[in-house]
Design a binder for this molecule. Structure first.
Ligand SMILES: *Cc1c(COP(=O)(O)O)cnc(C)c1O
Length: 434
């Protein structure tokens, strides 16, 4: 792409494109956005050929870096044979073998794989699965859900009911189904444990499921919590006969260290949702896994079929790439590679913790986050000043309000990681002194 193309792109963009999670008046008037032309490894390149280290792996998806040659090759290969067919009474190699290979790396007992398009649909399918399961297995009154304050489970109206970020919920509040938003263990573990137990004691008989982001509430600011909460949630779910849904859309595929965040606590969900890293950041693709017990609840007469399915469910391109992602994890030892990198990331953030205006430094696996002193919340601007400084220095570090965080690819070269950490350090300092 030639550099003159920048103007052409921006003219069309500002006239017609509506960007996600973007205040468009400010964007149109003030923002000089990064115009990305290509990407490779841990870097994005703009139309003028400038490189930026991708500090958040493109919204947490490119766990193997951008354009991993094996993934691109798998995509090409699949595209030349079969780009799409529905999964309605039809099957194909890519989807079937992906399901088999995913089950092999999934927590024990999760042996049934339902495919969809993205993180939101993976959770939406989980909700409908739970509700329909109870409806046709003797407990139709179980329609209430339990989630956490600060939870984020995606964008559809269904999962918006589970979401506990006030900014995102507010406009839709009158339309959302019954869901209790309990105190988060990221704020106070004891309070959260008490609230969960009291909630189930009072309402278990009409509760379908507890839905959690295991160990890290990502979108509300990389809020990390104690695994004791997950262990207790599993115990209470069993005691009260409620299902446990774990949303591993962000935390899965080794983001927190082990393959699944729930592995830290040796907890197995009844339903597990996976997306983002599942397709290596190449294509929208997602999976909702469940047990033989839940699956059996949909057998019998035809009217018991799971009434859910997107047009592109099990799309062959996505499925083939997702298979190749698993092969790369196995053959390149991605989780092992990431372990020393996670320590490097942690050490880099330990240095940042010494700065006056930095608070609450926290890390888990390949996640590191800090709060800038001052105001709090998704709409807070302080993180954006660090973003601007970092962009000037060659890194893309989109914040969450006052939270500056890094979620780089798990295989980021050490030299790139060191450079990224230096840029964040310099950018935080520049904002504090500027
Ligand atoms: C990103 C995310 C989702 C939504 O995924 P999309 O692909 O954006 O629809 C759901 N749950 C969690 C925990 C996420 O981080």
């Amino acid at each position: 792409m030639k550099s003159g193309d920048r103007e052409r792109v921006l003219r069309a963009d500002k006239r017609h494109l509506w960007h996600p999670y973007t205040a468009m008046a400010r964007y149109i008037e003030e923002t000089n956005p990064l115009v990305v032309a290509r990407a490779a490894g841990s870097r994005l390149y703009d139309v003028d050929g400038r490189a930026y280290i991708d500090g958040n792996a493109s919204w947490w998806t490119s766990l193997l870096g951008h354009n991993h040659p094996r993934l691109v090759e798998a995509l090409r290969d699949q595209a030349s044979a079969l780009c799409h067919t529905s999964l309605a009474g039809v099957t194909h190699e890519a989807a079937a073998l992906f399901a088999e290979e995913l089950v092999r790396v999934a927590p024990p007992g999760l042996t049934r794989v339902f495919l969809s398009d993205n993180g939101s649909t993976a959770v939406e399918a989980a909700i409908k699965l739970c509700v329909q399961y109870w409806a046709q297995n003797g407990a139709p009154e179980r329609t209430r859900f339990v989630s956490l304050k600060g939870a984020f489970h995606g964008e559809t109206l269904g999962v918006s009911a589970l979401g506990g970020m006030p900014e995102f919920r507010a406009p839709f509040e009158p339309l959302l189904f019954d869901c209790a938003h309990l105190a988060s263990p990221a704020d106070d573990l004891e309070v959260a444990l008490g609230e969960l137990e009291r909630e189930l004691e009072a309402h278990a008989a009409r509760t379908a499921a507890i839905v959690l982001e295991p160990l890290v509430q990502g979108a509300s600011g990389m809020r990390i919590y104690d695994k004791a909460y997950l262990v207790r949630a599993r115990e209470l779910a069993d005691r009260f006969g409620v299902l446990l849904v774990l949303d591993e859309v962000f935390t899965g595929y080794g983001r927190t260290g082990p393959m699944w965040a729930a592995d830290h606590a040796s907890v197995v969900a009844d339903v597990l949702c996976s997306a983002k890293g599942l397709s290596g950041g190449l294509l929208p693709f997602a999976a909702t896994l469940t047990t033989e017990r839940i699956f059996a609840g949909f057998l019998g007469s035809d009217s018991r079929a799971f009434f859910y399915g997107h047009t592109f469910a099990g799309n062959p391109l996505g499925a083939r790439v997702a298979r190749e992602v698993l092969a790369v994890y196995r053959e390149e030892g991605i989780l092992e590679q990431a372990r020393p990198k996670a320590r490097r990331l942690q050490e880099g953030f330990a240095k940042l913790a010494r700065l006056d205006h930095v608070k609450n430094v926290r890390t888990l696996g390949m996640i590191a986050a800090l709060d800038l002193a001052g105001g709090k919340g998704y709409l807070e601007r302080s993180g954006w000043r660090v973003y601007e400084e970092a962009l000037r220095r060659g890194a893309y570090v989109r914040p969450l309000g006052q939270v500056v965080y890094l979620t780089p690819p798990l295989n980021i070269p050490d030299t790139d990681l060191d450079e990224l950490l230096e840029i964040v350090h310099a950018s935080v300092l520049a904002v504090a002194s500027g």
